[in-house]
Design a protein around this ligand. Structure first.
Ligand code: SAM
Length: 252
């Protein structure tokens, strides 16, 4: 099996995005509030952290998660069983863009996974297709806090055009026919916590498993990631999570 650095790197953080525990909780509650039997769909769910949280907090909720990472989905299943919520969770190992549901969802999440659709506009289109009437989308996307230099773009494997600044990112969303009803811009502190957790978890795993054939690679990946962050995108790449409602077309 190939080494899945991301699984170790994300083992210690509330979700696989630069969001604190409290802000993750707040965004979820804003999305779910007022719904008695919420149905949630997470596109690019990873280890299922958002869905576990929702299923635990809302005993009437049901949820589906979609991801291409079989190991992450296995962990999502195991954690759901440990939490006693597995009977309300369905997991699909399939590319998010190919996922076809037989029902609409009240809350469609895609946080840190818009690349699964090739970017924000296609993610918003997919979210709209999956929404039940009255539903909301929760979309987490990167943006430029300041102009990226060439080294930062190289480090991230991004282009300048991949993201806009915060205002341009929100404009892309509203121009696509969505209204933000809540949002959270990750702070530098949340980013730091996320990156220290990412690199720290992976480093700890490597040092705790010196005999593992992947430990040298794990330490190398953690170091390279930390260097790339500290010398490159720290303070340049931002992250915003928006709770969105579709704006009805005129005359509808
Ligand atoms: C940064 S993680 C975010 C996970 C989760 N949304 C969270 O916030 O905890 C991105 C996830 O997108 C998944 N992903 C990448 N490409 C995908 C695709 N084409 N279809 C479905 N999931 C995909 C990855 O496997 C990974 O689990």
């Amino acid at each position: 099996m190939t080494f899945n650095a991301s699984l170790h790197a994300h083992s210690d953080h509330p979700v696989a995005a630069p969001l604190s525990e409290a802000n993750t909780e707040r965004l979820l509650r804003r999305a779910v509030q007022g719904r008695t039997r919420p149905r949630l769909l997470d596109l690019g769910c990873g280890r299922g952290a958002w869905l576990h949280r929702a299923l635990t907090a809302f005993p009437q909720a049901r949820a589906a998660g979609v991801d291409v990472d079989a190991q992450a989905l296995a962990l999502a299943r195991a954690e759901a069983e440990a939490l006693g919520v597995a009977d309300r969770l369905t997991l699909h190992e399939t590319p998010a863009a190919e996922f076809r549901a037989g029902e609409g969802y009240d809350v469609v999440l895609c946080v840190g996974a818009t690349h699964a659709f090739g970017g924000l506009p296609a993610t918003l289109e997919a979210a709209r297709r999956h929404l039940a009437p009255g539903g909301v989308a929760v979309v987490g996307e990167g943006f430029w806090e300041r102009e990226p230099d060439a080294a930062t773009l190289r480090e991230l494997g991004s282009t300048r055009e991949e993201f806009g600044d915060l205002a341009a990112t929100v404009a892309r969303v509203t121009e696509a026919g969505w209204a933000p009803v809540h949002g959270h811009t990750s702070t530098l502190g949340e980013w730091d916590e996320y990156e220290w957790s990412w690199t720290g978890s992976l480093t700890r795993w490597a040092l705790d498993h010196p005999g593992d054939p992947h430990s040298t690679e794990a330490l190398r990946r953690a170091t390279a990631h930390r260097d790339g962050w500290l010398n490159g995108y720290r303070g340049t790449l931002g992250f915003v999570t928006l709770v969105l409602r579709p704006v009805p077309s005129p005359g509808v």
